[in-house]
Design a protein around this ligand. Structure first.
Ligand code: FE
Length: 236
């Protein structure tokens, strides 16, 4: 079986918000699917280990913020590679809350919806939540981020708890190495799989295209997961 076949399934990229008591949390997810139209229902798949899973179970509601294609890796990293158990994920992020008090992102988000959980399915490592949409609003015009765009253009990695994660970052590296024909070496984040490509630089963090990895400032960190330069290795 070739598990890379799964990479050919198309997805978007979303931030799922939830609330438990007066606490809020949110996480990145690529699995959001509209299931039916009358009433409108959507399904999401959430890893049972995630704090958001606990909040959706106990709060009975979730939100979906639909990310804009220009959303920076730092935003995705904040919600995708850090746990709400250790950090307040909303620090420095513009967000608002629905009438029910659930958080949604207002920065780099094209639209959001809120849904009430009406059913759930145990899928082993994940739970599939079926939600009836209770609120929805467009925030701005733009192109929605797709998972393919995030992986190929933005060079983002996949958190180990994501439904699409396939274990070894080696396969991901091999896939990228095939495409690499530049002279300047690329460097891979050992934690999240983000690839620093000198040709593109890191414009979100003021690193100009054409900056070799060695010339990055000492305080530069992985734009996805936030680790330092010492956690990178040359792409083989
Ligand atoms: Fe990283």
């Amino acid at each position: 079986m070739d598990a890379t076949v799964m990479y050919k399934i198309t997805y978007g990229l979303y931030i799922i918000g939830a609330k438990k008591g007066d606490r809020i949390n949110a996480q990145i997810a690529n699995t959001v699917v509209q299931i039916s139209n009358d009433p409108i229902t959507v399904a999401i798949s959430i890893n049972k280990q995630n704090l958001t899973h606990d909040y959706i179970l106990s709060g009975g509601y979730f939100t979906v913020s639909i990310l804009d294609q220009n959303a920076p890796l730092s935003l995705i990293g904040q919600f995708g590679f850090k746990s709400g158990r250790e950090t307040d994920k909303f620090t420095g992020v513009n967000y608002s809350t629905t009438a029910n008090g659930l958080p949604y992102i207002t920065e780099h988000s094209l639209a959001y919806m809120e849904a009430k959980v009406i059913d759930r399915l145990d899928a082993g490592t994940h739970t599939i939540f079926l939600g009836q949409v209770t609120a929805a609003e467009n925030l701005k015009a733009g192109e929605p981020m797709t998972y393919a765009y995030y992986r190929q253009i933005k060079k983002g990695g996949t958190p180990p708890a994501a439904p699409t994660y396939q274990g070894t970052q080696k396969e991901v590296k091999a896939e990228r190495a095939e495409k690499a024909d530049q002279k300047m070496d690329k460097y891979v984040c050992k934690l999240c799989g983000y690839v620093y490509d000198p040709e593109k630089g890191d414009p979100d963090n003021n690193i100009a295209p054409g900056t070799p990895f060695a010339d990055l400032p000492d305080d530069w960190v992985c734009p996805v997961c936030g680790v330092g330069k010492d956690q990178f290795e040359k792409e083989s």
